[in-house]
Every structure is written in C-alpha cells, then in structure tokens.
Design a protein around this ligand. Structure first.
Ligand code: AMP
Length: 220
C-alpha cells in the first residue's frame, strides 16, 4: 500500500516525531481488544462491524498494531472498507503479536509506556471490545484518567453478548462499597451492539468537547 508510513522510533526523537505526523483522519478512535478471538463468534463479528463503521464514518482507527485476534480483525475490516489505520506497537511485540505491516501508518515504540501514551495522544475516544488482561488494563487506565479529570475523551465499553457484565458488576460493587465515591464517578458509556459504538462516541463528542492535546499534556 503506497500510503503506508513506518516510523521506527528512536529513544531520542520518538514522541516529537510521532506528534509531528498526525494521522490522516480528522478524528481517531482507539480500539482496545483481545489479541485472541475468544470463543464467541459474536466478538469477531463485532470487531468487523466496528472496523466497517469507522471507515464509513471517516474516523481513523488507532490500535495496538498486531494482526492476531480481534485486533487484527478490526484493523483488516477498517482497511477493507477503505478506512485509515494507525498501528502502535512496542518493538518487543512486533514478532509475538505479528505486527500488521499493510496499514496506513505503523509506529514502533521503545516500550509499552510510549505505546500507551501515543495511543492516547493520537485518539479522540476509546472503545473496549472483548479481550484479555491487556485490554482490561488499557480500559481501566482510561477510566482512571477520566475519573481523575485528566481528560474528557469519551470511553465506550462494547458489552457484546454481556462479555463485560462481570466487570460492570464489579464497578457497581465498588460503588456500593463506597470505593467509588459520589463525585468521583467513572464516566463512560456502555453499548450492547457494535453498530451503536460510533453513535455513542459521536454523541459523547457533542456533549463533552475534548480539550486540545496541549491542554491535556500539560496536566501530566
Ligand atoms: P489481551 O487483551 O491480553 O489479548 O491484550 C491486548 C493488547 O493489550 C495486546 O496488544 C497486548 O500487547 C496489550 N497489553 C498487554 N498487557 C498490557 C498492559 N499491561 N498495558 C497495556 N497493554 C497491554
């Protein structure tokens, strides 16, 4: 694919280089999801629906850069429908997660911290499809940043076939036990159908204007 860019980032210039080369789409959504497929075929179908909807909406995909599992499915579906895909992957995972090379832009980072920071910087919203502990960690990190007022970018949990219901129940339990206190609510949306993800994000964009990146950066 001729429009592809590959950035092998050095420790010295990585962040500056990446921030100076914004992705093509005006808006980008970061999708966290499993590097495996899971057992329920509905997860794979949801990943494909999300990829197709992103492309049709003119919204770019930012994701972890692998070609395996649901991560690979959402990226391939976005590309198949003519969308723009940015993969962000740490060097040590390029083999293990079979880095997808045929995307619009690949950023190979020094480590996980840089990957997560760039995924945050490049994205205007975050979506969690079903996944494992990696997906869970990334989702919870965004929820804590929202709770602590570090950003107002929308976070959407795609509760496909009730995959996330045990996690949502845990949050309810934390709240009833006052570990999530009134006034420190965790703001996010839950949808039960992949076709509802983009409408939920757009609705949140319209209701909560995301601050400029510079303003967000200054808070860290
Ligand atoms: P998983 O949901 O466990 O299949 O992981 C999905 C993605 O999350 C993979 O690209 C992993 O490399 C990534 N991942 C795994 N552990 C972490 C972590 N602690 N923080 C951020 N991402 C992670």
């Amino acid at each position: 694919m001729s429009k592809k860019r590959v950035n092998g980032l050095s420790r010295k210039t990585s962040l500056a280089t990446a921030l100076a080369t914004p992705a093509k789409s005006a808006r980008n959504i970061c999708v966290y999801c499993g590097s495996g497929l899971g057992l329920n075929p509905a997860y794979r179908a949801a990943a494909r629906t999300l990829g197709e909807t992103l492309a049709k909406s003119g919204i770019g995909l930012v994701y972890g850069g692998g070609s395996l599992g649901l991560m690979g499915e959402v990226a391939r579906a976005t590309l198949d429908s003519g969308g723009y895909v940015t993969g962000i992957i740490p060097g040590f995972l390029t083999e293990k997660e079979k880095m997808m090379r045929d995307v619009d832009e690949v950023i190979v980072t020094i480590d996980m911290h840089e990957r997560k920071r760039l995924m945050f910087e490049r994205s205007d919203a975050f979506v969690a499809l079903p996944g494992g502990v990696g997906t869970l960690e990334e989702l919870v990190e965004q929820l804590t940043w929202v709770q602590l007022g570090r950003h107002t970018k929308p976070v959407v949990v795609a509760n496909i076939d009730n995959f996330w219901t045990p996690f949502l129940n845990l949050l309810t339990h934390m709240k009833s036990d006052t570990f999530i206190r009134a006034g420190l609510d965790v703001r996010f949306s839950v949808v039960d159908d992949a076709a509802k993800i983009i409408p939920a994000v757009v609705s949140a964009w319209n209701n909560h204007a995301a601050p400029a990146d510079a303003a967000v950066l200054a808070k860290f």
